[in-house]
Design a protein around this ligand. Structure first.
Ligand SMILES: [Zn+2]
Length: 308
């Protein structure tokens, strides 16, 4: 039996998971992200303990997915986005509290592992998951191994520079993929188009425009929305072709909120990618939608630890 923990800004979610990736039971506690680190860690241990009590079998291993950079062989939490945890040997702290072997990883890697083990990428050996949400994240798995880099700071997919943009990225650079091809990126660009032109668009009827509104409007031929979607696809395609040129994976899956645009997104992306391939005569990665939803963090964390 395995335990997977998905540490988020709002809650510490955990699950007792069997070898097939089935969640037997889930437990959670609020994160209280700005509390003292020791209080947050104690509550992570509490969730693990609640799950452990539910298991009749021995817990083999615990995996924790965190929104941050993890180094030193899945042990040391360098820093965390929006949670008051940094410079902590989280593996050691948790092992001391719960007495079970524990590993920690970045949540994007964990999501990729979940897709790789039981989701859309399960039939492939080398594959990439790209999540298109508020930002752009993801994980790279080559021949079964997660590409984490030497210091745990690798595979920051969203911060690959793919062009020049009209606003800077949170990371301080200009032109990062996530400033073009995330919900935030397409939202900002659509607002700019609406403000700077008088072009007719059904998007003018909405008080607050969502990514879904933009993609839906584009699907039914709204020119302004199509313009925004085309730009989103153009830069995403630059990023994807970079990945194909460097890694030549078997498959690339897309998850995150924006991926709810579904096959429409995949078809547009496939058309754009074909235009700019370097190795035009060679078979390329299959482009597909990710499969797993909210529980991917829990399942992926457990499998991450098991795979190490
Ligand atoms: Zn950036």
């Amino acid at each position: 039996m395995l335990i997977g923990i998905d540490l988020g800004g709002m809650s510490i979610k955990g699950g007792l998971i069997n070898e097939d990736g089935k969640i037997i039971i889930k437990k959670s506690l609020p994160t209280g992200a700005w509390r003292k680190p020791e209080e947050i860690i104690l509550d992570i241990a509490r969730v693990i303990d609640m799950l452990k009590k539910e298991s009749e079998e021995k817990i083999e291993i615990v995996g924790v997915g965190v929104p941050g950079i993890v180094s030193h062989n899945n042990a040391f939490l360098e820093k965390c986005a929006n949670i008051n945890l940094e410079q902590i040997d989280l593996k050691k702290e948790l092992e001391q509290l719960i007495g079970i072997e524990t590993y920690v990883d970045n949540d994007a890697n964990v999501a990729a592992i979940a897709e790789y083990e039981i989701g859309a990428l399960k039939d492939y050996n080398s594959a990439i998951l790209i999540t298109l949400g508020t930002g752009v994240g993801g994980g790279i798995i080559i021949d079964g191994n997660v590409v984490r880099g030497s210091h745990g700071a690798g595979a920051e997919i969203g911060h690959m520079v793919v062009g020049e943009n009209f606003y800077d990225c949170n990371c301080g650079r200009n032109g990062c993929l996530e400033t073009f091809s995330s919900a935030t990126g397409i939202g900002k660009y659509t607002e700019k188009l609406l403000k700077e032109s008088d072009e007719d668009s059904i998007l003018r009827n909405y008080e607050k425009i969502t990514t879904k509104n933009i993609f839906d409007a584009s699907k039914i031929g709204d020119k302004l929305a199509k313009n925004a979607v085309d730009r989103f696809i153009k830069y995403l395609s630059i990023g994807v072709v970079n990945f194909i040129n460097i890694f030549d994976p078997e498959a690339i899956a897309f998850g995150g909120g924006v991926s709810h645009a579904g096959q429409y997104l995949i078809d547009l992306l496939n058309d754009e990618i074909k235009k700019s391939l370097y190795s035009k005569d060679v078979e390329i990665a299959k482009i597909m939608l990710a499969k797993l939803q909210n529980d991917a963090g829990i399942v992926g964390a457990a499998f991450m630890a098991k795979k190490l």
